[in-house]
Design a protein around this ligand. Structure first.
Ligand code: CMC
Length: 436
């Protein structure tokens, strides 16, 4: 970390001595005040629920400029990665810090592809779930369960174990997501086919069956690959911070990633794509475009509890660059499938148009986020709504692992242990049961 040439001084109005704190500079983005000695010197904690002003770590992986609407993976703009690279190159970039040359790309892709099969016994573990279980519940279980199937790569302090578990997770997630889907609809599991691309293989495992050859549609293959690139990492969001906190105890990588999957499930995070599509379907069912105005009035009414899902972001106070790319992909996929008049796409364009001009959204800087269009693309491809967040988890796995491994390699890393402002009862004695 680079020390800035100035310091921060904290002074108190009650005559307690003031305190000087070092400031560190990032390569881009805000500087940070180092408060690590604060408690030792003053006996006080800082209070920041939701981490509104707190950097929880140093990281060299992903950078977001929320005001500009800029997203960089290892310095490369998301727009360039999404149009000039594929997901395997993006994984290599996030994991190892650089884009692979042609030879390294072939080697890395091959390495991932030879790990796509899962232990045969995992299907029996999966069969323990109800057929109608939510795929995120199944995935949380299956990924946590990987630590029982691959216990030769669970030592987080061993670099070789970390490398193997990283490749295993990236390679096997598509297989597990597709298995969760096939199980739910009662179809046989499809074994991976390693000559196909990462997204082509996933499409085949999802929509192929053992009775027929499956032809991968290159437009859908590219669209899915783009979905994976756009979701691959997003710096210290809730699920990534969960993975880091979970991993900080020294637990194994599969357990830490399972914790991330569980966190991603929530509707304020990865579950927003599912919630967004459900919202569009409800508006459509209640009258479609004619009901957009009424729905927007509900969104603006704080007492209604209704939010425009797929809108707003803690960091982006401008158009989410991923949403723009996703909107392009959406148009391509709908055109390919002859669904240009898709009513939900029309509905989302109408909602976006109103929101971008409406004072409520303008004043609060609420713009479409990645989830606003990703659901429409996935639905057009044939992915069921309750699997959307599973697709997000599949794509985000590489980011979680890159962040976990970065944390373990950081000499400043410690087990995460936030403190609290206690507002409960002060010490009291337990009264006898007949006096309570
Ligand atoms: N619809 C209506 N009002 C909203 C929305 C929305 N989608 N998002 C924020 N607001 C309002 C909110 O009511 C508040 O108004 P006020 O200042 O008058 O009280 C103001 O905007 C600030 O909102 P906040 O909840 O304090 O902001 P936050 O940073 O805590 O929340 C968010 C960020 C993403 C949770 C929130 O915008 C939201 O719930 N959006 C809908 C869910 C969604 O699309 N989530 C996906 C996020 S992107 C994918 C990912 O990273 O997982």
């Amino acid at each position: 970390m680079k020390l800035a040439d100035y310091k921060a001084t904290l002074s108190f109005s009650n005559n307690s001595p003031s305190m000087e704190m070092p400031v560190y500079e990032g390569n881009i983005g805000p500087d940070v005040i180092d408060i690590r000695k604060l408690y030792g010197q003053t006996g006080m904690f800082t209070y920041d629920p939701g981490f509104l002003s707190t950097a929880s770590c140093q990281s060299a992986i992903t950078y977001i400029d929320g005001d500009k609407g800029e997203l960089l993976y290892r310095g490369y703009p998301i727009e360039q990665l999404a149009t000039q690279c594929d997901f395997m190159e993006t994984c290599h970039l996030l994991l190892y810090g650089d884009l692979p040359d042609a030879k390294k790309k072939t080697e890395f892709t091959r390495l991932v592809s030879i790990h796509t099969m899962v232990h045969e016994q995992m299907q029996f573990f999966l069969r323990g779930f109800r057929r109608d279980a939510h795929p995120m519940a199944v995935l949380t279980g299956l990924i946590g369960g990987m630590s029982a199937f691959y216990h030769d790569s669970t030592d987080i302090t061993n670099a070789q174990h970390r490398d193997i578990s990283a490749i295993r997770l990236i390679a096997k997630l598509p297989t597990l997501v597709a298995m969760a889907y096939k199980y739910g609809i009662g179809q046989p599991f499809m074994y991976p086919q390693n000559k196909l691309s990462y997204s082509g293989n996933f499409l085949r495992m999802m929509f192929g069956n053992p009775c027929e050859d499956y032809e991968v549609n290159p437009v859908l293959e590219r669209a899915l690959d783009r979905i994976f690139i756009l979701h691959a990492d997003h710096e210290q969001n809730a699920s990534t911070s969960t993975v880091r906190l979970c991993g900080s105890s020294g637990t194994n990588p599969f357990a830490a990633i399972a914790a991330g999957v569980a966190c991603l499930w929530g509707p304020a995070h990865g579950g927003a794509n599912e919630a967004c599509l459900n919202m569009l379907e409800e508006i459509q069912a209640s009258g479609g475009l004619n009901k957009v105005g009424e729905f927007m009035n509900q969104v603006k009414d704080k007492n209604s509890g209704v939010r425009l899902m797929g809108f707003g972001h803690r960091v982006y106070k401008n158009y989410d660059p991923r949403a723009k790319l996703m909107q392009e992909t959406c148009k391509e996929v709908l055109a390919e499938l002859g669904l240009e008049n898709d009513p939900l796409f029309k509905l989302s364009m109408a909602l976006e148009k109103i929101a971008l001009e409406d004072d409520y959204f303008v004043q609060r800087k609420l713009y479409p986020n990645v989830d606003f269009y990703s659901g429409i693309v996935q639905r057009a491809i044939g992915i069921p709504v309750n699997l959307f967040t599973g697709i997000f988890a599949l794509a985000r796995t590489v980011g979680w692992i890159a962040q976990l491994n970065e944390m373990i390699g950081d000499p400043e890393y410690k087990i995460g242990r936030p403190r609290q402002l206690f507002t409960g009862s002060v010490r009291r004695d337990v009264p006898p049961i007949n006096q309570r």
